[in-house]
Design a protein around this ligand. Structure first.
Ligand SMILES: [Cu+2]
Length: 130
């Protein structure tokens, strides 16, 4: 194993005092990097049914979330200001969420579910179930 590319590892924090230990560590990091690269190159990674939305900065993150039917989505409120998660058609609603509070809703039927913050109605989000 050769320390290929050892001169261009931007995340090595120490100055170039090339001890044997440093060289060995660089070689290990390079090998790990190659292994990871081979593992995730090319083929598209399928969506990992993530089902968490963060409310922060007066916005929903992600603004559009796609989940499978039967998924429970949990919103976590991270702003100092109070927000709500309110379906555009009022099919579900969290009521006021203070900082640190969460709201969960289970989407059983395929479709597109728009929601907003009823206090700051410019805050929009959408859950797509399919
Ligand atoms: Cu709000």
């Amino acid at each position: 194993m050769s320390p290929a590319g050892s001169g261009r590892l931007p995340y090595m924090p120490r100055p170039p005092a090339l001890t044997a230990q440093t060289l060995a560590r660089r070689a290990l990091i390079a090998a790990l990097g190659i292994g990871l690269g081979a593992g995730c190159g090319g083929a598209p990674t399928p969506a990992v049914g993530g089902s968490a939305v963060t409310i922060k900065g007066f916005a929903f993150h992600p603004a559009t979330l796609t989940v499978a039917p039967g998924s429970t989505v949990t919103w976590t409120q991270r702003d100092d200001s109070v927000h709500t998660v309110t379906a555009a058609d009022r099919a579900f609603g969290s009521g006021n969420l203070a900082k640190g509070q969460t709201f969960s809703y289970t989407f059983t039927t395929a479709g597109a579910y728009r929601y907003l913050c009823s206090i700051h109605t410019y805050m929009h989000g959408e859950v797509i179930v399919r």
